[in-house]
Design a protein around this ligand. Structure first.
Ligand code: FVH
Length: 296
């Protein structure tokens, strides 16, 4: 007798296959559906039930995990089977915005189903490993009821009842990652202007440097929180003139290397905006406050 919750996975792209594989691996009766049916072959070989339609897939399980291209695709898949959703829990792990999450949550609730929104902070190969974590938001009781199942994918992090908060954190984390990768591409492009330079050798230094810098982030975050709470002076500051001088040098070195400087624009724009606003010192709070003002 299998006591594990039966789960349906709708969407078998790279990520959906990894999620369904993790469920199978941990003994959950797993039903799958994908527009391109062949993507279910491997999972079916491992014991998944291949549903012939979204309606059959939804009907098969009390817990329906959706991982598709975007929210429009999710809505297009679920709308024709709206009446089948009643009494079930829909967990949408598709990437989207907080407003999209709120809209979908309201629609699912209107069909008499529970809804959780989620954001997967993992790549398919790290699903079901210690590296993976998944953000969830929505009704805490619904999350608690399925927490054990969610832990199959990776650490399950519940962020609150605000339905949009999982997607907000998901996108903010991707935002931070975007700067990391843009910086990596740009710095490697600069270094490769030298005859015989190796991206791999340079990246060893880059990883050491970025790892050290990442360790400063909690202190910067503490400065931001202290500023918001009691307007405290930040512990970490640096002259804006020093920062701007380095920024000018990076641009010059990039130009000398024949590398585009367009990628440097966001950082330069912030420094110039802070100077224009009369600041002499860079700090995390002053930068975050500037960004929150919405001024470009
Ligand atoms: N892959 C990753 O590393 C990231 C990690 C973080 C979370 N993301 C999000 O997960 C969603 C799915 O991403 P994916 O990697 O599985 O993407 P694909 O492999 O491209 O699969 C896309 C699935 O969506 C189906 N699909 C697309 N358009 C339609 C449609 N019009 N009707 C029905 N299904 C559709 C597609 O079906 P098919 O092309 O195989 O028939 C796949 O099942 C995504 O939100 C990421 O941001 C992944």
């Amino acid at each position: 007798m299998n006591s594990k919750t039966p789960v349906t996975v709708i969407g078998l792209g790279e990520m959906g296959q990894a999620l369904a594989g993790a469920l199978l691996g941990s003994g959950h009766p797993t039903t799958v559906w994908n527009r391109t049916a062949a993507k279910a072959d491997e999972l079916a070989g491992r014991g998944a039930v291949r549903a012939g339609s979204v309606a059959d897939a939804v009907t098969a399980s009390p817990l329906v995990v959706v991982c598709l291209l975007d929210y429009a695709t999710v809505r297009a898949a679920l709308e024709p089977v709206a009446e089948r959703l009643r009494g079930r829990t829909v967990v949408n792990l598709t990437n989207g915005s907080p407003a999209q999450a709120a809209e979908l949550a309201a629609w699912v609730a209107g069909q008499g189903a529970d809804y959780l929104d989620g954001g997967i902070m993992a790549v398919p190969t790290t699903i079901a490993t210690e590296e993976a974590f998944v953000l969830y938001s929505g009704d805490e009781r619904v999350f608690a009821a399925h927490r054990e199942t969610f832990e199959v994918f990776g650490a399950a992090k519940y962020l609150g009842a605000d339905i949009g908060i999982a997607s907000l954190y998901d996108l903010a984390l991707l935002d931070g990652m975007g700067f990391l990768f843009n910086g990596f591409h740009h710095s490697v492009a600069m270094v490769l202007s030298r005859e015989g330079a190796s991206a791999v050798e340079f990246t060893e230094l880059l990883v050491t440097w970025l790892t050290n810098m990442a360790k400063v982030l909690p202190a910067l975050a503490a400065d931001v929180d202290a500023d918001r709470r009691e307007g405290a002076e930040p512990a970490i500051t640096q002259g804006l003139d020093v920062q701007l001088a380095a920024d000018v040098n990076i641009r010059e070195a990039a130009r000398e290397a024949g590398v585009s400087t367009a990628e440097l624009a966001p950082g330069t724009a912030i420094l110039k905006a802070l100077l224009a606003a009369g600041h002499k010192e860079w700090s995390a709070p002053v930068t975050v406050r500037h960004l929150r003002s919405g001024k470009d």
